[in-house]
Design a protein around this ligand. Sequence first.
Ligand code: SAH
Ligand code: SF4
Ligand code: F3S
Length: 386
Amino acid sequence: MDTYTRLRELTGGLTAYLAVYGCQQNQADGDRLRGSLLAMGYRLTQDHTEADLLVLVTCAVRKHAETKLLGHLGEYLRTGKPGVKAVLCGCMAQREEVRELLRTSYRQVALTFGPADIGRFPEYMLTLLTEGGRRLYASPDTAPIGEDIPLARLPEDGRANVTIMTGCDNFCSYCIVPYVRGRERSRAPEAVLEEVRGLVAGGVREIWLLGQNVNSYRPDFSELLRACGSFDGDYTVRFMTSHPRDAGRRLFSAIAETPRVAPILHLPVQSGSNAVLKAMNRGYTREEYLEKIRLAKELIPRVALTSDVIVGFPGETERDFLDTLDLLKEVGFAKLFTFQYSPRSGTPAAELPQTLTPEEMKERFLRLLALQKEIERRGGVIPPAG
Ligand code: SAH
Ligand code: SF4
Ligand code: F3S
């Protein structure tokens, strides 16, 4: 008897509640976990108080995300059914200090596993349901993206997430993602195209190709993008995220020359200061970044540019911060995602002394928000003074 058949015998009448936090990659993983739960025979509920099993897909990118998640977990457990069990998967599950905390302080968490182990969820659940006990696992960081995992998407306004690669080998000095998501792995182009073809045939209008750095997709992202936009149907293709170091003429031309690819480019700059970019290990200078923006504007008609910025990286001076503000004025991003630096243990930047007080950090953050609001109000670039 196969694992799913045995599980369906064990779960008859049982109910599960799935909550997904974090980035779109987690949303895409959530579709696989939802598919797996249904294949295991669970009935899904929107109400955690009637669930026998809670499944939380977690994010570790900033401390705030982790603190909030633990708050939700505590609340779910307090107000949940007596005897409810919790499964914690996603990026936090990869962190030893998180598993240690769960081991000692959250006894109803019966299972953890990392993002690379979704394919083993049924096997873990079978052990849990037949043998009981607690299993707090992390996952290997090189496991391939499972092609045979059942997928159950929510019919969200006709849009669908399609993971094309996972992991990150960039090791920006502040970032936990390479440690929790592991090494870069790509899906085969045939598998991606087959999935996109099926979604388009099923009437999906907006397809998001997802990866921590889609430019690291192998064999070739620009070609995949063109191919994803080549099916008959009324749909657009978008993608997230491309690293500025690897983005250039080939990618911009692919966007410009593929009508079904939306002319939107999310190119996270993080800082406008060369000293900070270097300390962040971003692999490009301010000038190189601006040159790519110039090229993108030249090649992609009416391109909408968006970005991410971190304020308060260790050692960021007022001058460095002003360089960031200047860059924002020069580019005129249509939308900006802004973050206060959050030290993540295990990353090189967490070893550096923090040079800003929380008040100074907040003050810079508010100036950044105010400037971006002004840029958006004026519909783009702010001309230099004088
Ligand atoms: N792979 C994507 C980003 C993933 S994380 C990329 O490289 O663009 C999303 C954003 O979170 C990052 O772009 C960065 O701006 C922010 N971020 C990552 N680690 C952070 C940290 N330790 N503190 C504050 N913001 C962080
Ligand atoms: Fe993190 Fe940098 Fe990788 Fe993005 S490219 S996920 S910021 S290490
Ligand atoms: Fe968070 Fe993991 Fe995404 S740390 S941002 S859920 S890759």
